[in-house]
Write a protein that binds this ligand. Structure first.
Ligand SMILES: Cc1cc2nc3c(=O)[nH]c(=O)nc-3n(C[C@H](O)[C@H](O)[C@H](O)COP(=O)(O)OP(=O)(O)OC[C@H]3O[C@@H](n4cnc5c(N)ncnc54)[C@H](O)[C@@H]3O)c2cc1C
Length: 322
């Protein structure tokens, strides 16, 4: 049984009292009514009923045990760079992985073992500075290792599955498994971890050490600059909203449908890259949700092709008919 200490009311969020709970034995704090807008790259969305960001595996296990005892749904949050969270927030417990970021570069094997909350672009820069090849492509992907493993994040014709040796997966029951990439159902920007509540705690990647750091840095910088020129990084977004359906890219289809610059509320199809939707400052999750549907409808009408969102849409959203 999980022992808890409740520290009572901490203040008000949206008129409701905020509380925090400390799990006895490991100092893991679980807070109520935590805004998710500041934890996602779109900068929209309501509060999590409960939120925690454990720093160690024992704290993570205790949180899971608490959620199981309370019969709460759980949502896993990495860097929040591919999420659209409902304005009404999320029910149950949101577990942020941002503090699970131990990192070990093994010079002998060329393997990088890292906690799921480590930042992918930071690892890419670090590997480049050390003269290790293998992560140059990841420099512009602003998420965590866990998010990259679940989404099979990729760029410049490389992806996470290409370099993954194994990953540690924690089940809700507390069972920990070490799985190779073959067990993760990898395809383009997806894996069988998506939509599940299996938690990535750690991963090992195969890199290639021993290269000239200046050369690896130059290539990494080139990838970075190329992306800054072709993609809008100046306003909040989730990167590409839709998966590329093939043979055409989603951005091309959206552009040919005349939707570049199209706006609903504070959400806009980016002028620089039509597969990006930007929060121009005042967007709500609902604005973005309506715009995603509008783009889908218009593209399907013109090209008979239903664009499939790559962004994970979480919580309850209503479609407002025109
Ligand atoms: C400006 C910009 C550019 C981008 N460019 C690219 C790009 O070039 N290529 C690309 O592939 N993506 C790109 N993205 C999208 C995004 O960065 C990637 O999908 C990234 O891998 C998501 O990682 P995250 O940690 O932010 O995951 P989150 O957005 O937090 O979560 C994504 C999914 O993974 C789950 N999840 C997260 N962490 C864990 C964990 N530890 N265990 C289990 N489940 C977990 C979540 O529940 C959710 O379902 C871009 C995004 C932005 C904002």
């Amino acid at each position: 049984m999980v022992m808890t200490v409740s520290s009572g009311s901490l203040g008000q969020v949206n008129g409701k009292p905020e509380r925090s709970i400390t799990l006895l034995g490991n100092d893991c704090v679980i807070r109520s009514k935590v805004s998710l807008a500041s934890l996602t790259s779109f900068r929209v969305g309501g509060p999590a009923d409960w939120y925690t960001a454990p720093q160690r595996l024992d704290q993570l296990l205790a949180c899971l045990e608490w959620a199981n005892a309370e019969e709460l749904p759980i949502t896993l949050l990495g860097g929040g760079s591919n999420l659209l969270v409902s304005d009404r927030g999320l029910r149950g417990l949101v577990i942020g992985t941002r503090y699970l970021r131990h990192t070990h570069f093994d010079q002998e094997t060329g393997q990088l073992t890292v906690g799921s909350g480590a930042s992918l672009p930071r690892l890419a820069w670090k590997a480049a500075r050390m003269g290790w090849r293998g992560l140059e492509w990841a420099v512009g992907i602003p998420g965590t290792v866990g998010g990259a493993i679940v989404m099979n994040a990729g760029a410049h014709i490389s992806c996470t599955a290409d370099i993954l040796v194994n990953t540690h997966i924690l089940e809700r029951s507390g069972t920990l498994q070490v799985l190779p990439p073959e067990k993760l159902g990898y395809r383009y920007r997806t894996s069988n971890l998506q939509g599940s509540d299996r938690l990535v705690t750690q991963a090992t990647f195969q890199l290639q050490p021993g290269y000239d750091p200046e050369q690896v840095m130059a290539e990494t910088t080139e990838h970075f600059q190329q992306r800054r020129l072709s993609q809008p990084y100046h306003l909040p977004s989730c990167g590409s909203v839709f998966r590329n359906p093939g043979p055409h890219k989603a951005g091309w289809l959206i552009e040919q449908t005349g939707l570049k610059g199209y706006k609903i509320g504070g959400a806009q199809v980016a002028e620089r890259h039509a597969n990006f939707i930007l929060n121009c400052g005042s967007a709500t999750a609902s604005d973005i949700f309506q715009l995603i549907h509008h783009v889908q409808e218009r593209v399907q009408h013109q090209w008979s092709c239903l664009l499939e969102p790559e962004v994970r849409i979480l919580g309850e959203h209503d479609l407002i008919s025109n």
